[in-house]
Design a protein around this ligand. Structure first.
Ligand code: HEM
Length: 395
């Protein structure tokens, strides 16, 4: 389990941040202890922990809601009533609201109508800028889209400020929870208070003038459960904040990696262009907007998306905590221990993906082996956007 108190935290950081060989961390464990049941004991970020890293062990943890719960170091940063923080019936109710707000065909249609003109305008602007830092520009356009879709805000000094508050909040989520002036965690709490204030103000302003907007905030404000009960203001704000945290960097990273791989894979780029140009030509005379109905026709595009997300490993692991002593494969996971579902090792395992570190959209001519594609997690907390994607639906 490594050094006292520090455990294997330094080794993990070394593999991820300095050596940039994250898979070597697990490979070392496999070498030392054998592949076995795919379950290893360690100590990370101040807590004894168990790592699971096989399709069967991951499924066991992700699907056992009673045995494994969620635990954020400081729940107030994501919000006590956020979907990522609550359990049981409250989780199911909130998740239902969010799925209805973002994952219905009509919501996906609205999202695509908002997103496309901005992306087209950004591409045209980049072409005129010569050299760009793709990651920076992609983040800008992604955030502009999020502000429009979630709270109907156009880019302004206020949205720039909101972007900075989110950056401060996310920095605190990744830091040790030391709360005194100057720490990332302290800064994150301040940012969270500012975000609360700005979203609350927006909520109240809408209510005062009975303003209707076609956005996520209005969707969450007006939804009712079977008993006709609506979300409280706190729930609306906590979940808007959580959805930005969950959806902003993940989407910007995915687009950035797609750009990177396509720039390095002229054959894949040519095939992608061919499919999209054919679609565009079939729409001659009408606005060249991709609609929800076009998605099934975009088979190669879907493969590029699957392959990009597989290789990017945007969420390399999913965090749980053992609610009670749990036995798995002849081993005991003690109550209170962290459990890390190490999904990235599935996506880079040559037993599941031939030549796994090569970008090859054509590998998706065949679906992945069951349980080996967990980019969106799994079980009752699988990402709320996962149904919008192709292959993950079949798994
Ligand atoms: C490529 C992009 C994305 C990736 C790779 C990704 C990945 C994930 C993963 C691995 C989980 C599971 C976390 C867990 O089990 O604890 C998750 C959950 C979640 N994701 Fe995503 N995500 C992406 C985009 C988004 C977007 C765009 C949104 C919102 C607009 C979003 C909203 C959520 C929410 C709300 C949850 C929590 C669901 C729950 O607890 O029931 N994600 N995501």
């Amino acid at each position: 389990m490594g050094l006292p108190f520090l455990g294997e935290t330094l080794s993990l950081l070394w593999h991820f941040k300095l050596a940039r060989r994250p898979d070597a961390f697990i490979a070392g464990k496999r070498r030392a202890h054998g592949a076995g049941a795919g379950i290893y004991r360690t100590h990370l970020f101040g807590s004894p922990a168990v790592i699971v890293c096989t399709p069967a062990a991951n499924k066991f943890v992700l699907q056992s809601a009673d045995s494994f719960g969620v635990r954020w170091p400081m729940p107030e940063l994501v919000g006590h009533t956020s979907v990522v923080n609550v359990e049981g019936a409250s989780h199911a109710r909130l998740r239902g609201f969010i799925l209805a707000a973002i994952n219905r065909p009509s919501s996906l249609q609205t999202i695509s109508t908002v997103v496309q003109p901005r992306v087209v305008a950004a591409l045209a602007a980049w072409a005129n800028m010569g050299t760009i830092v793709a990651a920076t520009e992609i983040k800008k356009v992604t955030f502009a889209n999020i502000c429009k879709m979630f709270i109907s805000m156009e880019p302004s000094p206020l949205t720039c400020q909101i972007d900075r508050w989110f950056a401060g909040l996310v920095a605190g989520l990744r830091a040790f929870p030391l709360d005194f002036p100057g720490t990332a965690f302290h800064g994150a709490r301040k940012c969270r208070r500012k975000l609360n204030a700005v979203f609350r103000q927006e909520l109240e302003a809408r209510r005062k003038v009975d303003k209707e907007c076609d956005d996520l905030m209005s969707g969450l404000m007006h939804m009712e459960d079977e008993q006709g009960k609506k979300l409280s203001d706190e729930e609306v704000v906590d979940n808007i904040v959580s959805l930005v945290v969950a959806g902003y960097e993940s989407t910007a990273s995915a687009i950035m990696w797609a750009t990177y791989h396509l720039a390095k894979s002229p054959v894949a780029l040519a095939k992608l262009r061919e499919e999209n140009m054919a679609l565009s030509e079939s729409k001659a005379g009408s606005p060249l907007m991709i609609t929800h109905d076009d998605l099934p026709k975009m088979k190669y595009t879907a493969k590029v998306v699957e392959e990009t997300i597989r290789m990017a490993n945007i969420a390399p692991m999913v965090h749980r905590v053992a609610n009670k002593d749990v036995e798995y494969g002849g081993y005991m996971i003690p109550a209170g221990w962290s459990v890390l579902v190490w999904v990235r090792s599935l996506h880079t395992d040559p037993n599941f993906y031939h030549d796994p570190l090569t970008f090859n959209p054509d590998r998706w001519d065949e679906p992945a082996k069951p349980g080996t594609y967990q980019v969106f997690g799994g079980g009752y907390r699988i990402c709320v956007t996962s149904l919008a994607f192709g292959n993950s639906r079949k798994l």
